[in-house]
Design a protein around this ligand. Structure first.
Ligand code: TPP
Ligand code: MG
Length: 287
């Protein structure tokens, strides 16, 4: 297992730059696709940059490397952020992002295992990723392997029973090689989670199922990396990182607006979005 290193100032700045480049690629690919999800992918860009460019033990040119950590994307609809990140990391050419959601493309609207390097599971039907991730974590434990499993999930998925069965099982099995990361962005398809079907108190619910829980600002890369480090040092308990994020992060007219859950910008909106993301990069450089 690779120990996650502490971040230097230079690395931190680099990760924020990567995150904003991911955001630009997300907007560009969604514009060409003409359909898809905007808010979730933008909100998770900082976490994807941290995972693929600092935390994960992986080899983009050898995607089936046995020693790799596994990253399971349970909320498959945010895959534009995973596609953009995988391409930037070198799993496949950046130009392929232009094929998002096209017929016969390897980049379908929801991820398809086996068609694209770096995709560990097929997802789209919400609520099944944690069960799959736990199966992998358990198998790795039985084989006495030290690879870690990361499962990205949405808050909306916590309204599904299967998610709680998986949480219960991981607690019982004391699976400390799995880290769940929840995109706690407070929105779902047609409203705020606490209006549609309240999830709180999420921390206390996870704790009751035997998990170690860490709340983190999902846009503070330093804090997120520390949370992962903490998860690596916890024994006999799985860890969940409740990552508090802003849906649409980086594009003001999308931020905190659930109507951007499942729609894409038109050309004018995309241009405005890219301008904003670029100015955000400058703001970070000058902070
Ligand atoms: C089992 C299942 N039910 C319904 C859907 C349709 N659906 C797609 S995304 C979504 C919203 C879920 O909330 P969340 O994942 O928190 O959305 P986000 O934060 O990305 O806006 C729904 C209901 C689905 N993909 N799978
Ligand atoms: Mg959500």
């Amino acid at each position: 297992m690779k120990e996650v290193e502490r971040l230097s100032e230079k690395k931190l700045e680099y990760l924020y730059t990567v995150a904003n480049r991911i955001r630009e690629l997300v907007i560009e690919s969604l514009l060409v696709a003409g359909s898809g999800h905007s808010a979730g992918p933008l909100g998770m860009a900082d976490i994807f940059a941290s995972l693929y460019f600092h935390i994960l033990n992986h080899e983009p040119k050898n995607p089936l490397w046995e020693e790799r950590d596994r990253l399971i994307l349970s909320n498959g609809h945010i895959c534009p952020v995973q596609y953009a990140t995988l391409a930037l990391a070198g799993y496949f050419p950046l130009s392929e992002l232009q094929t998002l959601r096209k017929i016969d493309s390897r980049l379908q609207g929801h991820p398809h295992r086996g068609s694209l390097p770096g995709i560990e599971t097929t997802s789209g039907p919400l609520g099944s990723g944690l069960s799959q991730a736990i199966g992998m974590a358990l198998a790795l434990n039985l084989d006495k392997k030290r690879n870690r499993v990361y499962c990205l999930m949405s808050d909306g998925e916590h309204q599904e029973g299967n998610t709680w069965e998986a949480i219960m099982f991981a607690g019982k099995k004391k699976l400390s090689n799995i880290t769940a990361i929840v995109d706690r962005n407070n929105i779902q398809i047609d409203g705020f989670t606490e209006d549609v079907m309240p999830l709180e108190p999420l921390r206390r619910k996870y704790e009751a199922f035997g998990w170690n829980v860490i709340d983190v600002n999902g846009h503070n890369i330093e804090d997120f990396v520390y949370a992962v480090l903490e998860a690596q040092s916890v024994f006999e308990r799985p860890t969940v990182i409740l990552a508090h994020t802003i849906p649409g992060k980086g594009v003001r007219f999308m931020e905190q607006n659930y109507t951007w859950h499942g729609k894409v910008p038109n050309k004018k909106e995309a241009e405005e979005a890219i301008r904003e993301i670029r100015s955000l990069s400058k703001r970070i450089e000058h902070d």
